[in-house]
Design a binder for this molecule. Structure first.
Ligand code: TRP
Length: 451
């Protein structure tokens, strides 16, 4: 009895820690704007299908690799097979690319918290408020640095534990508040059209880009194809049930993303007077629509402030683990000591982040592939590197190591219910689909096919 209880609590610890890293701006900011942009219901459907196939298989694989080798990505692949150590290195590039622009969005969240704390709901609800803000040269930079220093400060002072404990209380509160805002939004005139758009798939909008976007989002949101889950797996106890832990993390992450979409998309319909162009707003969606919702509420300033402080916490816990990951990568690779590493990386993030932040204003003439710098970095990591890492991982596990190495690890503590299903996905379905989608979307990005 005693043993069983402690097993349960340690498994819960693993699930909560992994979910804390997984749930962040990806769910609250990125998912809703992509769903809005790529056709609503069809994006949601593709996302769910990918989550129970690719997402499940890949997360099982990564956690099992970590638990088996007890190493993080770079070392883990090398230990399994010397020739394939490079997969770990490519995977490690992904968090390096994500971290600067993650902190820029974190900066936007911090700014909005400041706005609502100072009673600015009315001003923030104006149509061009957000664009006015991000195109300024100085202000977004300052908020980016504030958020970055908050993150780095936590890592340096080593108070993660405190932040993580707090987030275990704050995350459920965020969930409750999100549901509350959703319900309020659904009662606004016009919102039902939005619900329909979000839930009813329109198959005419199914394209390679939609699938690629959904897949990139899946990887991003669940912190897959970048070595993170390998690291988490390396801390997992062998007695814990791997398959059901992975299921729980996936369900948790997906529910939060789904709700964030349900909160924002119907509100876009209600507050834009049915203007479809509002759906394509991209990264700004959360910052344009939600302020309008808050402004229309009684006590909007208070509710807005509470909301953004919670989002800030979710963003901080993810940013902290991103920064830590990068620091530990340079530690493993070059032996740079933690504190020094944190300072160096923080300075580098400032250097790389500054042009990305300015990319909406003074540097907006730099538009690779017609994207803003932020979208471009996001595209490189999520739509190019992550599918490549995922593909290599599938080939490596499916044909070099053989799936048995993973299924044996999963079965160390009980049955692997989806074993046959897992092997087929990892060997055949996932690699073929990944290549097809990747080729298609590169052609599309280069303008060689038009959809
Ligand atoms: N999954 C996180 C989110 O949804 C973002 C993220 C991507 C992340 N890579 C990470 C978080 C690595 C921690 C570590 O916001």
């Amino acid at each position: 009895m005693e043993k069983k209880r402690s097993n349960f609590s340690s498994k819960l610890g693993f699930v909560l820690a992994a979910a804390g890293s997984a749930v962040g701006l990806g769910n609250l900011w990125r998912f809703p704007y992509l769903a809005a942009k790529y056709g609503g219901g069809i994006f949601l459907l593709v996302y769910l299908v990918l989550a129970i196939t690719f997402g499940f298989a890949l997360m099982i694989t990564e956690v099992a690799i970590g638990r088996k080798t007890r190493l993080s990505a770079i070392g883990a692949f090398k230990k399994l097979d010397k020739k394939f150590g490079f997969i770990g290195i490519v995977a490690s590039l992904v968090p390096v690319i994500i971290v600067p622009y993650y902190c820029i969005i974190g900066g936007w969240v911090t700014k909005y918290l400041g706005v609502f704390l100072t009673g600015g709901a009315k001003a923030a609800s104006a149509d061009d408020y957000f664009t006015g803000f991000i195109t300024k040269p100085g202000e977004p930079l300052i908020w980016f640095v504030v958020f970055l220093l908050l993150t780095a400060g936590v890592v340096l002072v080593g108070v993660q534990k405190g932040i993580e404990k707090a987030s275990k209380i704050i995350m459920p509160c965020l969930l409750v508040l999100t549901i509350g805002i959703t319900v309020y939004g659904l009662f606004q005139p016009g919102a039902m059209d939005g619900v329909l758009y979000y839930l009813k798939p329109d198959f005419s909008r199914l394209s390679g880009t939609t699938v690629l976007a959904a897949m990139g989002q899946l990887f991003y949101s669940m912190s897959l194809a970048m070595g993170i889950m390998i690291t988490y797996g390396s801390y997992m106890q062998t007695e814990d049930h791997l398959e059901s832990s992975v299921r729980q993390i996936e369900i948790f992450d997906t529910v939060i993303a789904f709700l964030a979409g349900l909160m924002i998309i119907p509100a876009v319909f209600a507050f834009s007077g049915g203007d479809a162009a509002a759906l394509g707003k991209g990264p700004s969606l959360m910052f344009v629509t939600l302020p309008k919702v808050f402004d229309s509420m009684a006590f909007g300033n208070v509710i807005g402030a509470v909301f953004f402080i919670m989002v800030l916490f979710a963003a901080l816990t993810s940013a902290i683990s991103l920064l830590e990951t990068v620091v530990s990568i340079i530690h493993d690779k070059w032996g740079i000591e933690r504190r020094k590493g944190t300072v160096i990386i923080t300075l580098l993030i400032m250097l790389v982040g500054a042009p990305i932040s300015l990319g909406f204003g003074v540097l907006d003439f730099i538009a690779p592939l017609g994207m803003s710098l932020l979208d471009f970095f996001d595209f490189i990591s999520n739509s190019i590197l992550m599918p490549i890492v995922a593909f290599l991982t599938c080939i490596f596990v499916g044909f070099v190591m053989k799936p048995k190495i993973i299924t044996d690890e999963v079965e160390k503590n009980g049955k692997f219910k989806a074993k046959g299903y897992y092997s087929v996905i990892i060997k055949f379905i996932a690699p073929v689909c990944l290549i097809a989608i990747l080729v298609f979307s590169i052609l599309e990005a280069l303008g060689m096919i038009v959809v």
